[in-house]
Ligand binder design. Structure first.
Ligand code: NAP
Length: 292
């Protein structure tokens, strides 16, 4: 007899544009696990009941905007990544308790490792410009501190939000400074002052639309700096295309999407995720979106 399929739910609002149902369902089929991934538009009030109820009735799932921080308060056990970021994007039941992880952290870490694969020193000791201070920026900061980067400068449209983020997550093992709105670091005595930036990361939503302003003009990228855009679009973002044309190693958020999804799959099913299926599905979605 076929086992009952397990409900794997994506809780967020909105959820209709998410690529996860298609990619995860393809991975479930290819791996022979009995699961159905469904996106459920979820209000703030419904989140605790839905998340706990789904997990305790044998299901599991993902959490997306705007509920990742609420989910961190709802679960019984948080992984170190969920604790560090105060955000949960993956939940499941184990030993009668609801567990929560933030696989965006390992997703961004692996995306950066892939981007810097030809650079023997990798991330260690790099000086980083992080643009953005929302939920994704928290995961980036957690990944950068794990990797032992040299320093981080944060630039955000709303500088006060960036300062609040740093105050909340401090202390860090590396110097972290927030730029004032005029682009100057607000802590002029910081140890990293003057160090050349060698990695620039976009963690804003700029680039979701083709005619969005660029997170940073391509001609202002530091010479030779690597570029990671968390945003993904069919045909890549304009920023990534421009950076690569100017000779910078550059990648968009597709790789992170695959890596965070694979890590979630492994939490739910306890078996390795089929990377080839994740990559193939993402490529198929992009090819379809590119068709006129
Ligand atoms: N590839 C992946 O797997 C992955 C995973 C997670 C997130 N992401 C992407 O990362 C991006 C950020 O997500 P999030 O969860 O951090 O969102 P969020 O919490 O809503 O934060 C949005 C960020 O974008 C900035 N922003 C929004 N509109 C802007 C504008 N017009 N000009 C300049 N800055 C603007 C915000 O600045 P203010 O503070 O000034 O509002 C803030 O820094 C999204 O595009 C998301 O798709 C990708």
């Amino acid at each position: 007899m076929e086992p009952h399929p397990r409900l794997v739910a994506l809780l967020g609002n909105p959820v209709r544009h998410s690529l996860s149902p298609r990619i995860q369902n393809a991975a479930f089929r290819a791996s022979g696990v009995a699961g159905t991934y469904l996106a459920l538009r979820t209000t703030e009030e419904d989140l605790p009941g839905l998340l706990g109820g789904i997990a305790r009735s044998g299901g599991c799932g993902n959490v997306t905007l705007p509920h990742k921080e609420s989910a961190a308060r709802v679960v019984d056990r948080r992984t170190p990544a969920a604790d560090r970021t105060g955000a949960v994007n993956t939940f499941w039941l184990a030993d009668g308790r609801v567990h929560g992880d933030n696989t965006d952290v390992i997703g961004v870490r692996r995306a950066l490792d892939a981007l810097l694969t030809d650079h023997p020193a990798g991330l260690r000791d790099r000086h980083v410009l992080l643009i953005g201070a929302g939920g994704a920026a928290r995961a980036v900061l957690a990944a950068l501190e794990q990797a032992g980067v040299g320093s981080v400068r944060i630039r955000n449209r709303t500088a006060a939000r960036a300062r609040a983020l740093v105050d909340e997550m401090a202390p860090f093992p590396m110097p972290v400074q927030v730029e004032d709105p005029d682009g100057l670091p607000s802590h002029p005595h910081d140890a990293s002052r003057g160090a050349p930036l060698s990695l620039v990361i976009n963690a804003t939503r700029l680039g979701l639309d083709e005619d969005d302003a660029l997170p940073l003009p391509v001609d202002e990228l530091p010479s030779g700096a690597a570029v990671l855009d968390l945003v993904y679009r069919p045909g890549e973002t304009r920023w990534v295309r421009g950076a690569r044309a100017a000779g910078h190693p550059a990648a968009d958020g597709g790789w992170m999407l695959v890596e965070q999804g694979m890590a979630a799959f492994e939490r739910w099913w306890g078996i390795p995720a089929p990377r080839d299926v994740f990559l193939r599905e993402l490529a198929a979605i992009r090819a379809e979106a590119d068709r006129p």
